[in-house]
Ligand binder design. Sequence first.
Ligand SMILES: C[C@@]1(CC(=O)O)C2=NC(=C\c3[nH]c(c(CCC(=O)O)c3CC(=O)O)Cc3[nH]c(c(CC(=O)O)c3CCC(=O)O)/C=C3\N/C(=C\2)[C@@H](CCC(=O)O)[C@]3(C)CC(=O)O)/[C@H]1CCC(=O)O
Ligand SMILES: NC(=O)c1ccc[n+]([C@@H]2O[C@H](COP(=O)([O-])OP(=O)(O)OC[C@H]3O[C@@H](n4cnc5c(N)ncnc54)[C@H](O)[C@@H]3O)[C@@H](O)[C@H]2O)c1
Length: 204
Amino acid sequence: MNTLFPIYVKLDKIQVLLVGAGPIGLEKLQAILKNSPEANVHIVAEKVCLEVEILVNKHNRTHLSKRSFKESDLDKVDLVLVASNNRWLNAHIQYLCRTKHILLNVADKPSLCDFYLGSVVQKGNLKIGISTNGKSPTIAKRLKEFLDQLIPEEIDETLALMGQLRDSIQGDFHEKVKRLNEHTKNILENQLSARAKSDSLYDS
Ligand SMILES: C[C@@]1(CC(=O)O)C2=NC(=C\c3[nH]c(c(CCC(=O)O)c3CC(=O)O)Cc3[nH]c(c(CC(=O)O)c3CCC(=O)O)/C=C3\N/C(=C\2)[C@@H](CCC(=O)O)[C@]3(C)CC(=O)O)/[C@H]1CCC(=O)O
Ligand SMILES: NC(=O)c1ccc[n+]([C@@H]2O[C@H](COP(=O)([O-])OP(=O)(O)OC[C@H]3O[C@@H](n4cnc5c(N)ncnc54)[C@H](O)[C@@H]3O)[C@@H](O)[C@H]2O)c1
């Protein structure tokens, strides 16, 4: 059983610290900014790869300190990601975060993590996070690719229309929920079968 609790966090409202800016630090920064371009991210690293510098220059709410980590980097920080090659540093930051009640992810080190990053399927407003409970990130990636192919792009239009419909329905909450449920009963089946039809036309 996977007992992890999934949440979707507003990174523009909190402060993130990323320690390490090698290839794995870059992957974490890309994951953050792809989902949340307005995220507030402070990156601290002794050595910084060029791609990280480029990303930082493109996002005005990210900034970079090219130096060693120090304890005060955790001041006013809500969430920490570590992508360092230094076991002592990883353990030290874990100790500090635990003491300060700050949530921590150490890339590829499940035993040091309070939370894991998920694999993410995104279609406009729809976002699906996938976790394999740390058993197989590769399967998470494959599932992401599968769902990305399966779910039609039109789902975003549907979400926009449903948003309008939701605002326009009068009545009490239970009545609203009932009408929204009736309206959406067959919506995915319809979109998937329309998609299957157009795929088979395309194939033949
Ligand atoms: C989802 C994703 C998000 C992200 O990182 O952005 C992610 N890993 C991704 C890819 C990936 N990572 C690794 C491979 C190589 C093949 C393989 O090992 O399978 C691939 C596949 C590839 O790159 O093709 C190596 C690896 N990863 C971990 C370990 C340590 C261990 O398992 O003990 C090792 C071995 C390191 C070593 O050998 O030294 C651990 C974690 N990786 C997690 C997340 C967390 C669990 C998520 C879950 O529950 O599924 C967790 C626990 C902690 C964390 O890092 O948050 C991202 C999907 C990318 C996408 O969506 O395209
Ligand atoms: N590269 C991979 O393919 C890969 C795959 C799986 C796991 N990992 C693991 O992920 C971690 C990071 O990998 P990487 O390839 O990005 O490593 P890397 O050596 O390229 O980068 C490490 C980063 O940590 C920074 N750092 C180290 N000590 C620091 C300190 N005291 N203060 C501030 N910054 C400090 C370095 O300056 C650098 O920016 C390693 O533990 C590695 O074993 C890497």
